[in-house]
Ligand binder design. Structure first.
Ligand SMILES: [Zn+2]
Length: 393
């Protein structure tokens, strides 16, 4: 299990005089601009691509981020630097770039109460491997996309649902880079996997290996906005065993899915839908709240859930993930440790109505039922009467 990723924390100033990278050893670019995530905190999420243009290896030592006025916003060094690189093999040692090598640093920059800056200035310090090497630094600027996240309705009704996501997971949505048409993108940068759960923390009401017994299975999936259906896949079948769910080809990982165009370069993705459940066809106009399908277990999935994300292009792997906020939901609690999912209860909290935020990582939410106030829906869930359950087997 990976150690938790500490978001960029304000650390001590990087001390000492450092030579600039006059020989252009490193190039530092952001393939996609930083975007604003309004979740429990306001965070700029983006990736820095670092290329070593020299014929010698370099060690990435530290990164400092400031705004254009020089106000310090955060810093990474040591293990946090390694963690931002998100290698599967080793996340403790400082990143080393081989000659002509490149790497990606996944940055989640917490802004606190300050407004998002227009520009980020990165000072990346690096050195030759070994003790006594003279550090150099490469300074580069990255413009921020200060557009507010798209505001949408919920993709499901009732609950409780766990909003599963964590930017630190090396193989999680936030860090999975896909190359299509020669360009690398992160479609799931802001993706959430919604998993149905009960009060005791169970995610199944029967046989844990039977998809149809999963608590969220078959729940109605609804349109998050008015829009036009631009893509549907509904030909994938589902096995009768979760353990034997298996790995699919890259093009089939999304399973049965719907892509809903909300606006130019704004598409909502619903993945792993139940076979035979898709109630819309390509070209169909839908209204927010319309039932369009049902939660299922098709494609690559460790259990029945709804994968949801927003991206700027209509294919599952061909777009860049965009931030979104859900107009209104009730936060009922959270799973502090997702490793106990299905075995231990989630931590309950005083129900809280949240507006215009993306549900926090592994937070337990209830979406307002169309017929009743959100708060009572959550209270009912907390009392032991989940507001909405599966609609069919
Ligand atoms: Zn997912």
């Amino acid at each position: 299990m990976r150690r938790a990723f500490a978001p960029l924390a304000i650390a001590g100033m990087l001390g000492g005089a450092v030579a600039e990278d006059k020989a252009d050893i490193l190039t530092v670019t952001a393939p996609y601009p930083p975007t604003i995530d309004r979740s429990e905190a306001t965070v700029l999420r983006y990736e820095l691509q670092v290329a070593n243009r020299s014929d010698a290896p370099v060690v990435l030592v530290a990164l400092e981020v400031a705004d254009a006025a020089g106000r310090r916003l955060g810093a990474l060094s040591g293990a946090a630097m390694a963690s931002a690189e998100a290698r599967d093999d080793d996340d403790t040692a400082s990143p080393v770039l081989p000659p002509r090598g490149t790497t990606t640093l996944h940055i989640d920059l917490a802004l606190g109460a300050q407004p998002p800056p227009a520009m980020l200035v990165h000072a990346l310090r690096f050195a030759a491997p070994g003790p006594g090497a003279v550090p150099r630094q490469r300074v580069s600027q990255v413009a921020v996309d200060r557009a507010e996240p798209v505001a949408i309705g919920p993709p499901l009704r009732g609950g409780p649902w766990i909003a599963v996501h964590d930017p630190s997971w090396a193989r999680g949505h936030r860090r999975m880079v896909y190359t299509e048409g020669g360009r690398a993108r992160i479609p799931g940068r802001y993706a959430i996997d919604f998993v149905g759960v009960d009060l005791a923390g169970a995610i199944t009401s029967g046989d844990p290996d039977r998809p149809a017994d999963a608590i969220g299975y078959g729940a109605e999936v609804i349109a998050v906005a008015d829009g036009t259906v631009t893509r549907v896949r509904d030909d994938m079948t589902e096995g009768g065993s979760i353990a034997a769910g298996g790995i699919h080809k890259t093009g089939e990982a999304a399973g049965n899915h719907i892509v809903l165009k909300m606006a130019e370069r704004r598409y909502a993705f619903y993945e792993h839908l139940k076979p035979g459940s898709i109630a819309v066809r390509v070209g169909q106009r839908v209204r927010r709240g319309d039932v369009i399908g049902a939660l299922g277990f098709t494609g690559d999935s460790t259990g029945p859930h709804l994968h949801f994300h927003v991206a700027d292009a209509p294919t599952p792997l061909g777009g860049e993930g965009l931030p979104f906020t859900i107009d209104r939901f009730v936060r009922c609690g959270r799973y502090a440790d997702l490793g106990s999912l299905g075995r231990e209860p989630w931590q309950r909290e005083t129900p809280q109505v949240i507006t215009r935020r993306r549900p926090g990582g592994n937070v337990v939410v209830v979406f307002e039922k169309l017929s009743g106030p959100a708060l009572s829906a959550c209270s009912a869930a907390v009392r032991g009467q989940p507001a909405a359950r599966k609609t069919s087997g």
